[in-house]
Design a protein around this ligand. Sequence first.
Ligand SMILES: C[S@@+](CC[C@H](N)C(=O)[O-])C[C@H]1O[C@@H](n2cnc3c(N)ncnc32)[C@H](O)[C@@H]1O
Length: 476
Amino acid sequence: MIPIQFPSPEIFTRVREAFRAAGYTSEAVDEQMHHEPRLMSAYVHGRLVTGFDAAQTLTRLFFGGAARIEELRTLLNPQTLDDLQSLGLLEPAEDNTLRPTVRLRPMLGLYVIADLHQRYEERNADFVYPPDGPNTHEYITYLPTRYEGHFLEACGGTGVAALIAASRGATHASSFDISPRCSQFAAFSAQLSGLDNFTASTGDAFAPAAGQTYDTIAMHPPYVPVLGDQFVFSDGGQDGEAITRKHIEAIPHHLNPGGRLYCRCMATDRRGEPFEARLRKWLGPRHTEFDIVLHTTRHIDPIGYLRERRTTEQTRQSITAWIDMVQSLAIEQYVLCAFILQRHATPREPFTLRRRSGDHTRPHHLAWLMNWQTLCATGEAANIILNSPLHPTPSSLTTSHKPEEGEWAQHQQTITVEAPYPITREVDDLAAYLIPKLDGRTGLQLLHDLQINANPTAFAAYLAELAALGFLRVYN
Ligand SMILES: C[S@@+](CC[C@H](N)C(=O)[O-])C[C@H]1O[C@@H](n2cnc3c(N)ncnc32)[C@H](O)[C@@H]1O
């Protein structure tokens, strides 16, 4: 059942303006949540909301509370109360109260609707996944802050990333989802948010694209590994990769040259085949047109993962079937990860990079890595290095020695950094000598001042590699 209605556009406009006039805005709700972090769960089961001002009442109501009609009449004008009901956002409940039919979350300047909170195992198969949970929050933080051209959110659910893109510069943003319920919810949120450059369509993977191509695609697919299917919003087939794979295989048909796909998901590393290698395989013969950067945030033992699957009844039979599946697919570990696929604007050699996140890694580091590595691949990094101030990063040098002919002879020297990614790499004497000398001088100045006997382009390429490891910082 889809509770929301699409009456005239004027009603959407009136409600949006009434929300703003009441102070029911993303800034206000974020502020409230900051002071009262448990607000989101406090009202989920129809608890009576009473004694608050209009903004606080709307916040609590649309997290799942209920409010007396009389009290709502004193807080909101009668027209607004009628409008909320004609949009299908509120419905009558016991004791002359009104309750919400959906969860409405003002966020990032938008009004996004999803299904009301339900325990995982009680959700309908096509439950519309909330836009403000920790997983979606992390997914959104991987995405650009401004857009140009055509944007698509695949596996859109509420369409939250597409709604954000539509409000931040995209010419047009689309959200695709296999569930009609999700598409309806996304279209409703766009209207309520006042966006007219947004479309939500229903279909499997890219089916609704009908030949359209995109400059940016974002995707947060269902990735929970399951032996049988139950939840469209979360199940990703036996290995968790079924929906991700289906989309990646079609990417060469839908991503424009120079475009990027951003994805957060869980996937598998297999014996002799890490996830990034399979990503290339899925892209097919045109994989050489794509760069891949991937960073992992969590590594899960595939058998240990059984313990996390609390929602499925575990019988001896299901445990055996699971172990058989893990062994037959040669799964070594599940990885929670985010990756960016970039299609070359002009032909060149592709690159693939993988990093493991550490305590100091932030989502934006993934795009930084892609940007810097692209400059290295196109040759632009050399010029930047030669002409930009270079600074050291917090790092440490470790030298080990071995006995040799009655003396300690230097055996190995490594540099370690913790940010952006924790990395320890063996380095040569030049790197060990140079790094502490960085003080804001450019690559060209260093060449000259330190009398380094090297070709400037080769020296710059050498420093660019150290920068990609995080061993030095370039201010360009
Ligand atoms: C984890 S939710 C993500 C929703 C939203 N993008 C977010 O991050 O909050 C995954 C969504 O993928 C949709 N989905 C599942 N299988 C799909 C398929 N084959 N094609 C398109 N969408 C699919 C589900 O209906 C669900 O809304």
